[in-house]
Design a protein around this ligand. Sequence first.
Ligand SMILES: [Fe+2]
Length: 329
Amino acid sequence: MENNENQSYSEVTLSVVDPEKPLPTDIYLKVNEKFIKFKSKGDPIGTDKFELFISKGVKNIFIISDEIMDFLAWLNSSKAEEEDSFAKEAGEESRGFFQRTQNFKEKIYEVYFEEELNEEIVEALQDNVSDFVENIKESPITAQAISLMLNKNQGVADHSVNVANLSVFLGMALGHGHQFVLENLYMGAIFHDYGKLKIDPKVLESDNSRLYSNAIQEHPLSGVKMLRKTQGIPVQVLTIIEQHHEQFNGHGYPKGMSGDDIYDLAQVVSMANVFDNTLTEGKQLPTRERNKRAIKVIEFDKGKLWNPKYIPRVIEALTLAFSIKKEVA
Ligand SMILES: [Fe+2]
């Protein structure tokens, strides 16, 4: 279709669109100040494309202004349909929760990827993180997940919450600002060791035994297996769980994936996981030493576990967050 110079377009937030529903009108993207047709009426956006755009920071799509009323009517009716089916499944009393999460899905956190980090920016990032975490904790799925893990194994539950909070911080520091992406990151981190809950605690304590190492090798996939049947767990969350022990150099498990084949959010959770484990191992050290040591583990990785492109930014963010520079100076 010819791009008509005089055509006027209206903006709609991408995240409110259900990527699997056939669109009521054509939609456009704005590239270098030009409107490019992206999808035709009747086609869905598709979850893969949707997620790719969201993770790349595309916030809006455009509709020809003459058709915007049709588009908005479609948005409203699909929201109402979704709300009805949610209320049918989860009970009438959950309507309010559904409405709150819908509004919240439109939220985009400010990130500062283009800027050099300093104390002020890191403080703002930390505020964003607490804001995000407070909200997501109200979600029934998150609350259920945490209490389920607490009942089974307090250690795994505490570790999971730490890793989830830290993952969101690192994710934001690496430029992820969208609710949709951060939610997947948080849930992936909460559930990353879910497969460990199936392991007999006696086996978990028996270091070096064959049983122990087999169980450990299996925990990413058994976590995925256990959660696959749970409704409402997005595939991105399962991918994080499956790949959180894969390594950039290909020496990880369960599949030995390498380089960019590993999902970037799984790499973020892997960094947070190692960081928290190093903190726990250094329990006897003074806090500052402990933090310094955990940061060093990431700094000295040199492409073993993680893509080196993340490291400078992650080190900067962690150093500022734990005020290492400030105290050293
Ligand atoms: Fe793990």
